[in-house]
Each structure stands twice: as structure tokens, then as C-alpha cells.
Design a protein. Structure first.
Length: 254
């Protein structure tokens, strides 16, 4: 956030109230209740016992300041969405771990435009919109997304994906020491007052060498090659398998 503020933080006017609601709920209720040994609060302040930070319970007037405080408190990246007649629109974000995309470029866009580069999204886009619309307060939904990356950068706004028109080096040599499985635990939560949707994801990384050492190499290799034949076969190219897949699978099965 300090080095890449314009890419890690953003808020439209339409997203301000949703950001404030999330700030007040997380700092004022959820975190001190769910993790009382780490977080606490008094009448005016939220206390982080790990960092020593003390933050006001009342959300700052500046939504960017509120988003920054959230980013310094929780590990999850957060995107805020609002429903419009044309679909769900991104109205605010704090994102420190983008994998191959620039969060700032998603600002103000609809889901269908945000996912434009994703193979076969047009097949599921309408059902995604309906699912988001039906999301109820108190009934969060989650899923896991995964890929393999050949670098250890958590903040990566380009390079992890292969998009139409990109020049691609197939079956490239890679440094297996830096190859890792990158996973996102993605969660959708409906905010009760503003009805905004909080789309949050927490990033986990697992070195490929550790996965092999645990005896799971063949299973991961099968999953990687399955990207070619799944419901969206374009994922093999989009996720970069065309570049690193052969070398990683050979290592995992060696």
C-alpha cells in the first residue's frame, strides 16, 4: 500500500458507505469477538495487540484511509460490489495480493467486464449475476481458486496470466525453487445496511517442492494437466500452463 497506493487502494463515491459499514463491523464487532486474544476494543478505539495499532471505531471520513486501515489489519484483500440494472459493479477495493491483474483497472467495471479475459466466462456470467443477487445477509459463500506461479511476488499486476495477443514462450525453463501453488480462499458476504457485497480473498502459497515432498506430486500434475480438458479448456493457456506446465509436471512425477 505504501509503494503502490494507486493500484492497491481505490473507492468510488458509490462505494463509500459500503466501505464504512465494513470498517465499523470488522473493527467494532467481528474481529474483537472472533479473535479476542489478538484484537480488543473500548468505547472509542479498536486495539491490535500484534501491531500495537489503535484505530477509531468510527469509520474515517476518507474511505481510502478506512481501506488502508483494513489492509493493515486483516490479511484478506477486499473488493466491494453494488448491484446496478446492468449487473454488479466494483465500487471500492483494497488489494495487496493481485495475481496477474491491476486492481485499479477493475474500478467501476461490471462483473462481465472484469472477467472479460477469463476463458468461457460468458457461459457462467448470467448465473453468477443471479447468484450474487440472491446472496443473503448472514449466509456467506466461499470457493477456492488455484494456479501455479513461477515467481514469489505476492503483488503481481501482470505476467501470471496469458491473455489474447500476448507473446508466449511454450515449455519454458523455470526455476523449480521459486515455483509455487498459489491459492485464494474467496468469500462473498452481503452487508446488511448498504446491501453491498464484500468479495474478499485470502492468498496462500505452497512451494511446489514441498508438495512433491509430501507425496502429492502426481496428484498435482494430474490437476495441472486437467486444465486442458475441463469445462473451460482455455484455462490451460490463460493460467500460464502453456509456459510452465510441462516442466512442472515432469518434476512432480520424477
Amino acid at each position: 500500500m505504501a509503494k503502490h497506493a494507486n493500484h492497491a487502494l481505490g473507492c468510488l463515491t458509490e462505494g463509500v458507505e459500503g466501505v464504512r459499514e465494513a470498517y465499523s463491523y470488522l473493527l467494532g464487532e467481528y474481529l474483537p469477538t472472533r479473535y479476542p486474544t489478538i484484537f480488543s476494543r473500548d468505547d472509542k478505539l479498536f486495539h491490535n495487540r500484534v501491531t500495537g495499532a489503535a484505530l477509531p471505531l468510527l469509520a474515517p471520513a476518507d474511505p481510502i484511509e478506512a481501506l488502508r486501515s483494513l489492509g493493515e489489519t486483516v490479511e484478506d484483500d477486499c473488493f466491494f460490489l453494488r448491484e446496478t440494472p446492468d449487473g454488479h459493479q466494483c465500487t471500492a477495493f483494497v488489494c495487496c495480493c493481485p495475481s496477474g491483474f491491476d486492481p485499479a483497472e477493475k474500478m467501476g467495471k461490471l462483473l462481465k467486464d472484469i472477467h472479460g479475459p477469463v476463458p468461457s466466462y460468458e457461459k457462467i456470467g448470467p448465473s453468477m449475476e443471479r447468484y450474487f443477487s440472491r446472496l443473503e445477509v448472514g449466509k456467506s459463500a466461499s470457493r477456492v481458486n488455484w494456479s501455479v506461479t513461477t515467481n514469489s511476488e505476492l503483488f503481481n499486476v501482470s505476467g501470471n496470466h496469458v491473455n489474447d495477443g500476448d507473446e508466449v514462450e511454450e515449455n519454458m525453463d523455470i526455476n523449480i525453487d521459486t515455483a509455487q501453488v498459489r491459492m485464494e480462499l474467496q468469500t462473498l458476504t452481503r452487508m446488511p445496511k448498504t446491501r453491498a457485497i464484500l468479495f474478499s480473498f485470502k492468498t496462500y502459497v505452497y512451494p511446489v517442492k514441498e508438495i512433491k515432498a509430501e507425496g502429492l506430486g502426481p496428484d498435482l500434475a494430474d490437476a495441472i494437466e486437467g486444465l486442458k480438458t475441463g469445462n473451460a479448456p482455455g484455462m490451460w493457456v490463460y493460467k500460464g500452463g502453456i509456459r510452465w506446465g510441462k516442466k512442472v509436471c515432469e518434476y512432480l512425477r520424477s
